[in-house]
Design a protein around this ligand. Structure first.
Ligand SMILES: CCCCC[C@H](O)CC(=O)SCCNC(=O)CCNC(=O)[C@H](O)C(C)(C)COP(=O)(O)OP(=O)(O)OC[C@H]1O[C@@H](n2cnc3c(N)ncnc32)[C@H](O)[C@@H]1OP(=O)(O)O
Length: 725
């Protein structure tokens, strides 16, 4: 393959008169422009050759295609590639050349047929797949719309309701379901895929099998009035679920046009909308997230050293509380045998009970069978001592945030665990060097910071000290992948990356209410911005105990920029500690529905009198935009510090940490991406102004000041010399 081209297709014509065109673009045979243009010329050749009767399209190495090459969107957005004439691929190539050809095509689908991959196959006249095939149109997840005729052919093949479900949820279906839906014509074992597809293609030529153009099918479409009702409902749901995104509604427009005005007009509408969505900010954000998420496992100086992950056969977890039991659940769900250690029978039983409850909830929801439940639970063993730790490959400590307790545990682990065993801590804030102070095992000490509930939340912060070996990081990255987490490798400091970014967010909110802003308006503005909930609702959810413990760590370690609000401690004194006590910033009913509490004013006023601050008329009347700036610019400021200190190696890692750890809206691309979309100069100037009026909590850090003064992007790499990793 030419090093300048991205992928290709090859065509082989057999003695049976079938031309087999194979898509080749590792690792997922994505449809780059090179692949698509090659496909076009193979088709033209096949159609003009007298020895070719029919065509089979397949993908190399067990994967049909993961869809259009997503980096192509980036090239179009940056202007480094000119977008082809609107509709050139979907109409001129896929519809007019391929589907309308006088020779039939059959798609032979193994593995993946996603996005453009499935769309290409739907333009073929039949689809044969293997049992493991995944078929889906996940484009909306990327901020784009199904572009190669997907909005027109899928409803005609599987019906409007199912097509909407597949497109709006971005979830693929398996081959068998695809078969029952009419998306797939036959499911055959891998070894028979090509021969069946070839025969099927010849059968179409011989009229033994129907020659079906998906675009011309109408039998699965509901009557017009019903279709309009279905689409109206879908629009309503979409507006509710994705209020800040335009592309899902634009996609529905393309679907509706095809149903109302016919598929050709629908294709034209799809092409027009498809070209418009590429330049939406939300699309840029989502595409950035796609690549950033895959980039977190590429750690310079660690994963580029040719190290292979060691096999982790058995894991021990210390502490069966909420975190320990969640981590144990995540591990046994991915088939790791786990020992759960507690200090007494009662706690051990409770810990195992929590794991059981986590799995039982899956059984109740129907996502786990009873047999699988029993099998999974059998991987968990309880223990009250360290004797069974003699053959474990990794220990994850998940006890309360108490330094001396953790130090004792790590000293004990060093005695009982084998030399190679990884010693990990799930601490969320404590310096790992302190935790390992009483050991000589600093090279195998690492942070494995999970987020609660650990078996559900997708992020794993892997915390590396200056002593942690690269091998240990590689091992933990591998475990993270196996338990389906997105790992982000960060450096060691109080709060690591996520909590360091999180803390100023809640602090800014406390500051604003102490100066007169309405907490419920802040929560509402932040939710509208796209966070799952506002800072006050969040404090209630995590509980004030956790909030105070975290604040203590930050006050101790970053006193110069910590805003010391007394609102939470005052409420805690009155035994209102958040949702668990039914009272916090909100009041909670039996169904845990939150409602504002007029009594909150009392605590705010008292906290204000303690801090000596005054109500500021400007802050009482903040607009939603100002609320967002005053709560999130301090987060950007801290993210800049984390980046400048080398705690995160790439700004994109902070984007993923903010999205998966804080709930920052993915369509805004993550905290640094969002900041750059606003501009460093503006963010710097706002923080600078606020710091002069309201104090050092808002003071821009040196990194932000430097980049802000030049208007330089915050996400541009930091020079190596300054990076700690
Ligand atoms: C004019 C344009 C019109 C376009 C119309 C069309 O309708 C639009 C599309 O088709 S958009 C693309 C739709 N497809 C997808 O959204 C699929 C995205 N990919 C995935 O979901 C997954 O990658 C996977 C299920 C295909 C494979 O998952 P797995 O966990 O096995 O592997 P990774 O996710 O780590 O991916 C491995 C590497 O492959 C790269 N990659 C995957 N898909 C694409 C793609 N469509 N384009 C380009 N690159 C892709 C991914 O980035 C990984 O690369 P690394 O360098 O990190 O290894």
């Amino acid at each position: 393959m030419d090093s300048r081209t991205k992928g290709k297709t090859v065509m082989e014509v057999g003695g049976d008169g079938v031309a087999v065109i194979t898509l080749i673009n590792p690792p997922v045979n994505s449809l780059s422009f090179d692949v698509l243009y090659n496909l076009k010329s193979n088709y033209e050749e096949a159609l003009s050759r007298n020895d070719v009767k029919a065509i089979v399209i397949t993908g190399a190495k067990g994967k049909f295609s993961g869809g259009f090459d997503i980096s192509g969107f980036g090239e179009i957005q940056k202007g480094t590639r000119k977008e082809p004439k609107v509709g050139y691929i979907s109409i001129d190539i896929i519809t007019d050349l391929l589907e309308a050809a006088r020779k039939p095509s059959v798609a032979a689908i193994d593995g993946l047929a996603l996005g453009g991959g499935l769309e290409l196959s739907m333009a073929c006249h039949a689809r044969i797949s293997t049992p493991g095939a995944q078929l889906g149109l996940p484009e909306l997840q990327l901020g784009v719309i199904p572009g190669f005729g997907g909005t027109q052919r899928l409803p005609r093949l599987v019906g409007l309701t199912k097509a909407l479900e597949m497109i709006l949820t971005s979830k693929p279906v398996r081959a068998e379901e695809g078969h029952s839906l009419g998306l797939i014509d036959a499911v055959v074992p891998s070894a028979e895929l090509l021969t069946t597809a070839r025969r099927w293609a010849l059968d179409i030529v011989e009229r033994r099998k129907p020659w079906i153009s998906s675009l011309l099918k109408t039998d699965k479409l509901p009557p017009l009035g019903e279709a309009r009702e279905i689409l109206k409902f879908a629009r309503g749901q979409t507006r509710k679920q994705a209020p800040n995104m335009k592309h899902p509604l634009m996609c529905l427009d393309a679907l509706e046009t095809g149903i109302v005005s016919g598929p050709r007009v629908g294709l034209e509408k799809e092409a027009e909308v498809g070209s418009q969505v590429i330049s939406l900010d939300t699309t840029k954000g989502l595409i950035h997230v796609f690549f950033s998420q895959r980039g977190t496992v590429k750690v310079p100086g660690v994963t580029d050293r040719g190290l292979m992950p060691r096999k982790i056969k058995k894991v021990a977890i210390i502490g069966g509380g909420l975190m320990g039991s969640g981590i144990a659940t995540a591990l046994i769900l991915s088939s790791y045998p786990v020992i759960l250690k507690e200090v007494n029978e009662k706690f051990l039983e409770a810990g195992i009970g929590r794991v059981k409850a986590n799995l039982q909830s899956r059984v109740r929801k129907g996502s786990m069978s009873k047999e699988k439940f029993e099998k999974t639970m059998s991987l968990l063993k309880g223990s009250l001592d360290y004797e069974s730790f003699r053959d474990v490959d990794m220990v994850i400590e998940a006890v309360i945030e108490n330094i001396s307790l953790k130090q004792q545990i790590f000293a004990d682990l060093e005695k009982y665990c084998p030399q190679h065993c990884i010693l990990a801590s799930n601490t969320s804030t404590i310096d790992l060097n302190k935790i390992g102070e009483r050991t000589k095992s600093q090279d195998r000490i690492v942070g494995a910071h999970f987020f609660s509930p650990a078996h559900v939340m997708p992020l794993l912060e892997i915390v590396r000290t200056n002593h942690t070996s690269a091998q240990v990081i590689v091992d933990l990255l591998d475990v993270g992948k196996k338990i389906k987490k997105t790992p982000v490798v960060v450096g060691n400091c109080t709060g690591f990356a996520v909590n360091r970014m999180f803390f100023p967010y809640t602090q800014a909110a406390m500051f604003l209410v102490e100066r007169g802003a309405d907490p419920y308006l802040i929560d509402s503005a932040v939710s509208k911005f796209g966070m799952p909930m506002g800072p006050f609702r969040l404090c209630d959810l995590v509980g004030f105990g956790v909030a105070i413990a975290t604040a203590t760590q930050f006050i101790e370690n970053f006193p110069e920029r910590t805003y010391k609000s007394m609102i939470i401690p005052l409420m805690q004194e009155d035994k209102r500690a958040g949702e668990a006590t039914r009272k916090g910033f909100y009041l909670y009913d039996d169904k845990r529905k939150a409602k504002p509490d007029p009594e909150l004013k009392k605590y705010i006023e008292k906290a204000r009198s303690i801090s000596g601050g005054n109500v500021d008329p400007k802050l009482v009347k903040l607009s939603e935009k100002e609320i967002i700036e005053m709560t999130f610019f301090p987060v950007v400021n801290e993210a800049c510090r984390v980046f400048a200190e080398g705690i995160a190696v790439k700004a994109a890692d902070l984007d993923i940490a903010a999205i998966m750890g804080m709930g920052f809206p993915p369509y805004r691309g993550g905290i640094m991406f969002w900041a750059d979309s606003i501009g460093s100069k503006y963010i710097y100037s706002r923080l600078d102004e606020w710091s002069k009026t309201y104090g050092d909590f808002f003071k821009p850090c040196a990194f932000l000041a430097e980049r802000g003064s030049k208007g330089a992007p915050l996400s541009a790499p930091v020079e190596q010399a300054r990076s700690r990793l």
